[in-house]
Design a protein. Structure first.
Length: 203
């Protein structure tokens, strides 16, 4: 068990609906009966990136996406290097990594967004999109993570984020397709074969 290790995620705002004066819609309806919960698309979410700018998931249409919660003081932190290598290898094949720093596990992401950004760039040369720090567990769970972990919303599977660097794989048409735990490294064939599958630009 890597109980002593943990990593972080970044903050997320409400889905695109918040832009339509409905900032409480998703969170409020989370307590509704499953059949009454709103149908939410992965592309509905609008979050804040690590530099404080708006990031619309609608810009990811047509790309396969890995969403991963990260941390700077975790046993899995060196995965940043492989995440960047994975991104560099496949970014021209309609693939992107989206990192969400989080301090939920063992306080292993205590830094500010600026500190996290500096750490990632200085130590691992991270160029893939990093979002603002968020919570991925419990009542404070960011809306996008509510979607990723609730089968009534993602139409795939209900899960719990167990630790830093858990990976959610989203298809090019916005469907959640795979959930991989922290010990599955970014260059694992489970991930690379998924990226390459059905891709005409496959190398």
């Amino acid at each position: 068990m890597l109980i002593g290790f943990s990593c972080l995620l970044s903050p997320v705002r409400m889905p695109a609906q918040e832009k339509m004066a409905q900032p409480e819609l998703i969170q409020t309806d989370m307590n509704a009966e499953p059949e009454k919960k709103p149908k939410v698309s992965f592309y509905d979410f609008v979050v804040t990136d690590i530099d404080g700018k708006e990031f619309k998931f609608s810009t990811l249409k047509g790309k396969k996406v890995m969403v991963v919660n990260t941390a700077s003081k975790c046993g899995y932190t060196p995965q940043y290097k492989e995440l960047e290598a994975l991104y560099q290898k496949y970014k021209d094949m309609n693939f992107v990594v989206i990192g969400f720093p989080s301090n939920d596990f063992g306080g292993q992401e205590p830094g500010t967004n600026k500190e996290i950004s500096t750490f990632c760039q200085k130590n691992y040369g991270v160029t893939f999109p990093m979002m603002a720090k968020v919570s991925v567990t419990n009542e404070q769970k960011a809306p996008v993570y509510r979607y990723l972990t609730d089968a009534t919303l993602n139409q795939f599977k209900t899960t719990t984020v167990k630790w830093n660097f858990q990976k959610y794989l989203i298809s090019a048409d916005g469907r959640l397709e795979k959930i991989l735990e922290s010990d599955v490294t970014p260059m694992d064939p489970k991930i690379t074969s998924w990226i390459e599958a059905g891709n005409p630009a496959r190398k």
